[in-house]
Design a protein. Structure first.
Length: 444
């Protein structure tokens, strides 16, 4: 009878525990799932420190490949948690390994650390007044894309997961990446360099997850399977003409007029030769530098821009056609043109199986009414895409705009962009739950 009571008591206790865990996360192989309630409590316990980290990093931003202070903060904390830590991966990157108490799969979580050459105009008490050097010039620096929050949330997740080390059936790899926003010409950096220097080796993750705070309603999470964020190419065009007096344009070769024709041709090409309902495409010329005086037509003009695509063949076709069109226009004027395309990031491709499965842990984190697993694609880019070329990957967006109004909300990369700190616990929970549930489902 005593044995029966003990057995029944254990069964009831186990049933109560499983009742706090969604059915998708319950494993028949004897792995006891960590309850969402325990995870939520652990996240709340670390939230004050997450806010401190976020504000400190926000006030001390660093440009890509120069995140030395941020990387040191990250590495010191991860070491204090007893993790195996590697630094200097991909210039300033940090990779840490948390080995759980039981054997199982390997999962990676990633955050980016770099800021932007932007002058902050948020009015926050911890706003950045920092400066840095970019392409030989002193520039203001600010976390105008939310990477400060990414670092703080992943540090919070690392703290929570380290506290559950003995319960984890597998290994978690934490990747803190520099230079997501790209590097100046001539420098290497970012996700592809971290991969080349072993960020995904020893141990090799079975999957990787990442998030990005974006302009949107706080607490909402969205993603889509397959192509989620566009491939991004930098476009550089240098036009060579012949200088002349502005009063005698026929005596020179006018690169200003040629520049105008090139911009119009590119705009027309994407608007009139690409079906936007099948593969969203954006080709933008964003800078044009030429001349020094109002009455002199210069002999050179330099243009740059970006091409965003969702299809490799279409990208290659647009590059070939636009290069030919620019060359033909230059020839019509008697000028010459140097045209180059450099891919900053490939397409962010969400693994189809992971994209479906993630509805479970992300609904646990945010609530089923606050997730969207079939969001439209977006033409912004992310070099998280490189990880997805190596291993199954899922990248999702977290809305984080204070007092969100879609008509007036400042976008990422603007001087007014900043993050509603109320979403920080959700970001931490999302990291923890995707990692924990992934390990539990593959536990041996």
């Amino acid at each position: 009878m005593q044995r029966l009571k003990t057995f029944l008591g254990a069964t009831i206790a186990t049933g109560a525990l499983l009742a706090t865990v969604p059915a998708y996360a319950q494993q028949p192989g004897g792995v006891e799932p960590i309850s969402a309630a325990d995870i939520r409590a652990a996240v709340e316990a670390v939230n004050d420190q997450v806010i401190v980290w976020r504000r400190d990093i926000h006030q001390n931003p660093e440009l890509g490949n120069h995140e030395t202070r941020t990387a040191a903060l990250v590495a010191d904390h991860l070491r204090s948690l007893g993790m195996e830590v590697r630094t200097g991966v991909g210039v300033t990157g940090v990779v840490a390994i948390l080995r759980g108490g039981r054997s199982g799969p390997v999962v990676a979580l990633r955050a980016d650390m770099d800021a932007l050459p932007v002058r902050e105009d948020t009015g926050l008490p911890f706003a950045s007044t920092a400066t840095g050097t970019y392409q030989g010039q002193t520039v203001p620096v600010a976390h105008a894309c939310g990477h400060d929050s990414h670092v703080a949330m992943l540090l919070g997740a690392a703290t929570v997961l380290a506290g559950m080390r003995d319960q984890l059936p597998g290994t978690v790899v934490f990747i803190f990446q520099p230079a997501e926003e790209g590097t100046p010409p001539g420098e290497e950096g970012g996700a592809d360099l971290m991969i080349a220097e072993g960020a995904l080796n020893n141990p090799r993750p079975d999957a990787i997850f990442g998030l990005h705070v974006v302009t949107g309603r706080p607490g909402e999470i969205w993603w889509r399977p397959e192509g989620f964020m566009a491939a991004s190419d930098r476009v550089d065009i240098t036009l060579h003409g012949r200088q002349t007096h502005g009063a005698w344009p026929w005596r020179g070769i006018d690169v200003i007029a040629l520049s105008a024709d090139i911009v119009q041709t590119i705009n027309t090409m994407t608007a009139r030769t690409v079906d936007p309902t099948t593969t969203p495409t954006v080709f933008t010329i964003a800078t044009l530098h030429a001349g020094v005086r109002y009455n002199i037509i210069p002999d050179e003009a330099v243009l740059s821009g970006t091409l965003r695509t969702f299809d490799v063949d279409q990208r290659n076709d647009l590059i070939a056609r636009s290069s030919a069109a620019i060359g033909n226009l230059a020839e019509n004027y008697g000028a010459t043109a140097d045209v180059s395309f450099h891919q900053n990031a490939p397409l962010v491709f969400n693994n189809v199986e992971l994209a479906g499965w993630a509805s479970g842990p992300l609904a646990e984190a945010a609530g089923a009414d606050h997730i969207n697993a079939a969001a439209p694609p977006t033409t912004v880019a992310e070099d998280f895409a490189y990880y997805g070329q190596e291993i199954p990957a899922l990248f999702y967006h977290l809305g984080g705009t204070p007092n969100y109004d879609p008509a007036t909300a400042p976008p990422n990369h603007s001087p007014q962009f900043h993050v509603d700190e109320s979403v920080l616990p959700l970001g931490v929970r999302s990291h923890v739950l995707t990692a924990v549930r992934f390990l539990e489902r593959g536990a041996r």
